[in-house]
Design a protein around this ligand. Sequence first.
Ligand code: FAD
Length: 504
Amino acid sequence: MADGKRRRVIIVGGGTAGWMTAAALVQALGSLVSIRLVESAEIGIVGVGEATFPHLRLFLRRLGIDEAAFMAATHATYKLGIMFNDFGALGEEYMHGFASFGEPLAGVPFHHYWLRLNQDATGAAIGDYSMAVAAARARRFHPPGPALGGDDAFSYAYQFDATRFAPFLRGFACARGVERIEATVCRVERDGASGDIAALELGDGTRLEGDLFIDCSGFRSLLLGDALGEGWESWADWLPCDRAVAMPCARPPGEIEPFTRAIAMPSGWRWRIPLQHRLGNGYVFSSAFVSEDEATAQLAAVLEGEPLADPRILKFQPGRRRRAWSRDVVGIGLASGFLEPMESTSIYLVQIAIDWLLELFPLDGIDTRDQQMFNELIDFEYARIRDFLILHYHATRRDDSLFWNRMRTMEVPESLAERLALWRRSARVAQFGRGPFLEPSWVAVLLGQGIRPQGWDARAQLPDAAGLRSAMARLKSDIDRRVASMPGHASYVQALASGASING
Ligand code: FAD
């Protein structure tokens, strides 16, 4: 900081995005900044967003938050992946687990060998060679470690009560110096000369000046969208779901599934997220294909327990603001864009935006090159997730509803079409080297939804078939043995809550 002044950061919004940002900034920047967060009790938070991505563990670890304390405060459960039902075809299921399939041999990814031995689609499913998938199917959980094949044998995320996460982080952030202001922002004042945001006016007339404004105001996008008029790029042609109806219910007794389910519905899909105290349910649908009332009735008909709240309709548009950082405003969370929650990516996008903001933080004033880099990085993440989501809809053989017919036959973005062509030809997945979905994720969905490639890496022909078969059998039995040593998921969560030690 060339001028030695503390930078004044104003965050608008106290949902998951606002409090994650406040907690991370105060932890990383300490006395270099002053942070004030305005949240409106009148408006409230979106109150959904319960399934997460493994990266969240890193976020909590960086803050030094104890996992058991976080789990207890948010009534969380563990998540080893997402089980997709009825996406490829009615009656089919597969899992996108947080683990690789097998191990590469002579530099060739495992799935090429698997394809060679499974030309006729018989034999063990590819998921049998993934620790995360095998453990999830067995409803068992234990964090990875030496006894389970090493720290990298698989990964995991959490499922938590969305209304409890922000208050949990609020306690953390305020204890470290973040000032919380409960008020509604009524007016945004722009500097006449520069056009930047100069100050916010609150309901009681208070004026808040800042050097950097972080818009975490949710779908309202109060600063980035409303005040600055930052353009919107819509992806509704590819992702036509624009509504969700959410309805939590009592959790049926018995084992808690350590995974989220995404279950295809006639005009979209529904989530099923088991928490310690309830099941989160929601039907994400396209209003062009089904009415709100019908969607609500379809969801109500499949609830597995007593509804715990009235159905709540949420409306959204898939897409993003053209620039997430414009002038002196950085949009984080729903204020900067939204991609439907099929792969639980929104909170991940919040986290990534925070990481890059910290990396490029304008302590010495805003540099347009940093801004541009931030925007390019965020664009990359959004586009990558967008294509992965479209794949789930497009790679289907379903022809039983207008919605699925439309998704199956639509033209996909060129970037996805190229990836699909590469896969179909050679079983290769184009690598990006970074971002959320690496090769195992694509392989899980492509094979899971029945897209069989015509060929595979020629080097996979080299090992003799018998040797390969027995190596794969050994791999599977190692995984089965390790999974059998894990406790049941519910008992692991319970033991964690009671402070008991649990061995895998
Ligand atoms: P919000 O929670 O809406 O918070 C906005 C804040 O801004 C509130 O505090 C509000 O009071 C405040 N505010 C607004 N206007 C003003 C004003 N004028 N003055 C003062 N304060 C103001 N994400 C996942 O990662 N996993 C999921 O499984 C998932 N499921 C989802 C399902 C649905 C149907 C939807 C719609 C979203 C889902 N998400 C999911 C996204 C996730 O909910 C959000 O990314 C996350 O909750 C962050 O929201 P937010 O903080 O940006 O917005």
